[in-house]
Write a protein that binds this ligand. Structure first.
Ligand code: B12
Length: 211
């Protein structure tokens, strides 16, 4: 099993879309757990890609093709990861914060939440505080969830929480934040209700806080 996962990881790092999907299908047929493919194959691959980008071994196009390969594999394992929940537990508005266009993590969080029984309104990427406010007014969600992947855009999460406060909406929603550079400490500092290191933690936190 380890070698199948390593093969998928390696193919995603190299941005080999077709081959990544083929290997994933083979691994699934052989009984490999899709959540292991997600964690040890795909998410681990993105971490290596990030390191290679930092060290100058990879450039933007390398990140882009790796991200595309990951997205295609996610589509293959998605139906196996998320079941259809019988009833809705609550509603969440989710978006990647202003200035940030990374959406793979956000999309996985959305997918796991939907599988976990939540209605999710996806505002997309580069979502400024006003757009979050408009969505909260229109949708009355239980949760506002923000994803931030760049150190600089973490501040957009703080601005969104401040905007919710100014609009008198802060107490009406629970705010969750996540994304690679975020921490529990930062979440506490900006006054979020929770931080989640991954999509599973996000679903758990929502389950804990929903009512
Ligand atoms: C893929 C990628 C890209 C792709 C994005 C494609 C896409 N559609 O998203 C592309 C190539 C477009 C890209 C562009 C850029 N990128 Co980029 N990118 C990455 C990379 C390699 C992987 C990100 C990823 O998808 N990870 C996999 C997912 C599954 O993980 P995740 O997002 O962290 O999400 C999980 C958890 O964090 C959590 N989570 C996520 N959101 C939320 C929300 C909530 C509420 C909760 C509870 C949990 C949660 O759950 C998720 C699933 O388990 C990272 C490296 C890294 N280590 O993160 C760099 C990285 C984030 N990028 C970086 C940079 C610098 C850029 C660019 C500025 C590069 C440039 N010069 O143009 C641009 C940014 C443009 C912009 N304004 O947004 C830097 C950021 C550095 C920093 N700390 O500020 C990184 C860290 C690379 C590096 N090592 O330097 N990038």
């Amino acid at each position: 099993m380890a070698s199948e996962i390593d093969t998928i990881k390696d193919l995603v790092i190299r941005g080999k879309r077709k081959e990544s999907v083929e290997e994933t299908r083979k691994a699934l047929a052989a009984g490999v757990d899709p959540s292991v493919i997600m964690k040890d194959g795909l998410i681990a691959a993105m971490s290596v890609v990030g390191q290679k980008f930092s060290s100058g071994e990879f450039f933007l196009p390398h990140m882009m093709i790796a991200a595309r390969a990951m997205t295609e594999v996610v589509e293959v394992i998605k139906p196996l990861l998320v079941g259809e929940a019988a009833e809705k537990k609550g509603k969440a508005v989710i978006g990647t914060v202003a200035g940030d266009f990374h959406d793979i993590g956000k999309n996985i969080v959305k997918m796991m939440l939907e599988g976990g029984g939540y209605e999710v309104i996806d505002l997309g990427v580069d979502v400024d505080p006003d757009k979050f406010i408009t969505a909260v007014k229109a949708e009355s969600p239980d949760f506002v969830l923000m994803s931030a992947l760049i150190t600089l855009t973490m501040e957009s999460a703080r601005r969104t929480i401040e905007a919710l406060r100014s609009a008198g909406l802060r107490e009406k929603v629970k705010v969750g934040v996540g994304g690679a550079p975020l921490t529990q400490k930062f979440a506490d500092e900006i006054g979020a209700d929770f931080y989640g290191a991954d999509a599973y933690e996000c679903v758990q936190a929502c389950n804990r806080l929903v009512h």
